[in-house]
Write a protein that binds this ligand. Structure first.
Ligand SMILES: Nc1nc2c(ncn2[C@@H]2O[C@H](COP(=O)(O)O)[C@@H](O)[C@H]2O)c(=O)[nH]1
Ligand SMILES: [Mg+2]
Length: 543
C-alpha cells in the first residue's frame, strides 16, 4: 500500500497560514455564519407554468433520460459558477504579477486594468501574428483584431483569405478560448500586443507575439497550480463563486429517481472540498458541524485530480488513489476495485473519493454496463465533452452560462432579424434583375431605343443595389453590436453558425445556461431535437 498526500494546494505557501483539510474549518464556519455577499446564481423557484427561455435545455441529439443510469458532473464552471469580475480578475492580476516579478516584464503592467466583459468564448488567438479571431463554422475569419485594433478587410484577406491553404486554426500556432478560464489570458495577450507595438523597447529583448503568449500561458498555469487563485477562493468562496441554492435539490432529485451521481473534476481534493462545501452546505444551520463533507452524500463516486481529457483516453494508465476525506491522504486504490462481472450486480463501493485513474475505473466503480447509460455535464468542449462523447459514447450536456443573455437578446432582435432577411432578399432580387438586364444587353439583338432604356434601368438598379447594400451592412452591424460590441453573437458569425456553435452542435447532446436547469425537467424526460432544415427547405416551406 502506498500513502501520499493530496495537500498540494495549501501546504506549498508560507505567506498564508498552512491549512489542513481540518484546518479549513475556521473559514468554513466563518462562511457558514456570515451571509454570503453577492447574488444567488439560481434558486429552485421558477415562476409560471413554462420554463423561461433562458433556463431551457436545448437538444441536439435525442436523449431519453430513462436510458440513463448515472449522471456525472464537472465542478469548475459547471457546478461552481465563478464570478468573472472577481475570479478572472484575480487570475489576471496574479498573471501580471508573475510576468513582472518572474519574467521581467516592466512594472507598469501592474497598473493595467482588466475588462472582464471584453473577451468571449469561442475566439481563437493567432499567437504568431498577435491577432484575435472569430470565425464561422467553415473556419472563415469574420471578425479579426490585432491587439485591440480592428483589422481591415484587406488585412484579413491577406492573413487568412487564401482558399488554397486552409488553416486548421489549431495548436500550436493558435490557442482556442474555449473555457471561461481563458478570458483573462486572452485579454492580457491583446494588451501585450498593443503594448509591444507601441513600446518595442520595453519588453524583454527577443520577445515576439508568440513568446509573449507563451509567457502569459506559463504565468496563468502557475496561478492555477501554486495556489495564487485557490487560496484566495478558499478564504472567501462567496466572493468568487455564485451561491446556487438549486444544486442540492437537483442532485437529490436525480438520486431519488434511482440514478447514480458522480463528480469528475480536474481540481484536487482539498480545493474540491472547499468549493463543494460552499455550494452544497454546510450552510447556516450546520455551524456546529462545519467540516463534515456533507456534500459527499449527494454523490456515489467523486474523482478529483482527474486530468481530463486524458482521463477519457483508452490508453490512460493513470493510477487510481483513494482519498481519505478528513486527512486528504492518498491510498493506492487500483487493486481494490472489483473487475466487472456482468452476471453479478456489484455492490456500490463504500469508499467514494478518489484521485486520478481513468474512465475504466469509473465504469467499474459505478458498475456501468454500457457507456451510453452515462450523462456527463461539463463546461469545456474539449476537456469534458468532445472525447467523452466521441470516443466513449457518453451522453453529454454542455453548460453555457452566456446562453441566458444570448437568448434574451435574440428574442429582442426578432424584428431586426426579419428586416435584415428582407434587406438580403431585396438585394438578391436587385442583383438577379441586374444579371438579366446585363444578359439582354450582351446577348440579345436589341434596338437602339430598347438598349438605351435597359441601360438607364440598369443604372438605377446599380444605385439601388448600393443603397440596399449599405442599409443591410448598417443593420447587420447594429444587430452584431447589440449582442457584444466587438464580437457580436456567441452562436453566430454573420448569417452562419459560429465555430463555437458548430462545436456545441456536434459534440453536446444537450446544452443549457446552467447545470441546475436539469432540475426543472423530469428525471425521465425524453429530450428531442428540433427538425433539421436544408437551405432549399427554407425557401420551399417559407420558413
Ligand atoms: N494548471 C492549470 N490548471 C487550470 C488551468 N485552467 C484551469 N485550471 C484548473 O483546472 C481545474 C478545472 O476543473 P474542472 O472541475 O473543470 O475539471 C480547476 O482546478 C482549475 O483551476 C490552467 O491553465 N492550468
Ligand atoms: Mg470545468
Amino acid at each position: 500500500m502506498r500513502f501520499t498526500t493530496a495537500f498540494r494546494l495549501f501546504s506549498s505557501s508560507s505567506s498564508l497560514p498552512s491549512f489542513s483539510i481540518r484546518g479549513c474549518s475556521h473559514w468554513i464556519s466563518k462562511v457558514a455564519m456570515e451571509p454570503n455577499v453577492g447574488e444567488v446564481w439560481s434558486s429552485t423557484q421558477v415562476s409560471g407554468e413554462s420554463i423561461p427561455i433562458g433556463k431551457q435545455i436545448f437538444c441536439n441529439r435525442s436523449l431519453n433520460m430513462r436510458n440513463i443510469t448515472a449522471v456525472g458532473f464537472d465542478m469548475d464552471y459547471t457546478l461552481a459558477q465563478y464570478k468573472p469580475e472577481t475570479f478572472e480578475a484575480l487570475a489576471y492580476q496574479g498573471t501580471i504579477a508573475k510576468l513582472v516579478n518572474d519574467l521581467k516584464y516592466p512594472a507598469e503592467l501592474l497598473k493595467w486594468q482588466f475588462d472582464w466583459k471584453y473577451m468571449v468564448r469561442g475566439l481563437v488567438l493567432d499567437k504568431k501574428r498577435g491577432n484575435i479571431l472569430k470565425m464561422d463554422r467553415h473556419k472563415y475569419v469574420k471578425v479579426a483584431y490585432h491587439g485591440f485594433r480592428e483589422m481591415s478587410k484587406e488585412e484579413k484577406v491577406a492573413a487568412y483569405g487564401s482558399t488554397l491553404i486552409r488553416d486548421s486554426f489549431d495548436e500550436p500556432d493558435y490557442a482556442l478560448i474555449d473555457t471561461l478560464f481563458s478570458l483573462a489570458e486572452a485579454y492580457l495577450f491583446s494588451q501585450l500586443v498593443d503594448f509591444m507595438d507601441k513600446n518595442p523597447g520595453k519588453v524583454p529583448a527577443g520577445t515576439d507575439y508568440a513568446l509573449m503568449y507563451r509567457d502569459v500561458r506559463f504565468a496563468v498555469d502557475l496561478c492555477h497550480r501554486d495556489g495564487t487563485l485557490k487560496k484566495m477562493v478558499a478564504l472567501d468562496p462567496g466572493r468568487y463563486i455564485n451561491e446556487d441554492l438549486a444544486i442540492v435539490p437537483m442532485l437529490k432529485m436525480i438520486q431519488k429517481s434511482g440514478r447514480s451521481t458522480f463528480l469528475v473534476t480536474n481540481s484536487l481534493w482539498d480545493y474540491t472540498d472547499v468549493v463543494m462545501n460552499f455550494l452544497c452546505g454546510p450552510h447556516y444551520q450546520d455551524v456546529k458541524y462545519p467540516d463534515n463533507h456533507k456534500w459527499l452524500q449527494y454523490f456515489d463516486v467523486v474523482i478529483t485530480g482527474s486530468s481530463k481529457p486524458g482521463f477519457f483516453h483508452d490508453d490512460n494508465r493513470a493510477n487510481l488513489f483513494q482519498v481519505e476525506p478528513d486527512s486528504g491522504k492518498l491510498l493506492n486504490a487500483d487493486l481494490q476495485i472489483p473487475s466487472p462481472r456482468p452476471t453479478v450486480k456489484a455492490m456500490k463501493p463504500t469508499h467514494k473519493v478518489y484521485q486520478g485513474g481513468n474512465v475504466g475505473h469509473l465504469h467499474r466503480l459505478l458498475s456501468i454496463g454500457s457507456s451510453s447509460q452515462i450523462l456527463y455535464v461539463g463546461d469545456h468542449i474539449y476537456g469534458d465533452i468532445l472525447r467523452s462523447k466521441k470516443v466513449l459514447g457518453w451522453r453529454t450536456m454542455l453548460v453555457i452560462p452566456e446562453l441566458a443573455e444570448e437568448v434574451m437578446l435574440l428574442s429582442d432582435s426578432k424584428i431586426t432579424r426579419k428586416e435584415l432577411r428582407q434587406l438580403r432578399r431585396d438585394r438578391d432580387h436587385i442583383e438577379d434583375k441586374i444579371h438579366r438586364l446585363e444578359w439582354s444587353l450582351n446577348f440579345e439583338d436589341l434596338k437602339e431605343q430598347e438598349q438605351q432604356s435597359l441601360l438607364s434601368e440598369l443604372e438605377d438598379l446599380r444605385v439601388k443595389r448600393e443603397y440596399v447594400r449599405k442599409l443591410h451592412q448598417e443593420a447587420q452591424r447594429n444587430c452584431h453590436q447589440r449582442f457584444h460590441k466587438v464580437w457580436g453573437q456567441l452562436m453566430k458569425t454573420g448569417y452562419q453558425n459560429s465555430r463555437f456553435a458548430h462545436q456545441v452542435e456536434r459534440f453536446a447532446c444537450l446544452y443549457s445556461s446552467q447545470v441546475t436547469n436539469l432540475g426543472l425537467y423530469s428525471p425521465d424526460k425524453y429530450y428531442r431535437p428540433s427538425e433539421d432544415f436544408m437551405p432549399h427547405e427554407f425557401d420551399v416551406l417559407g420558413l
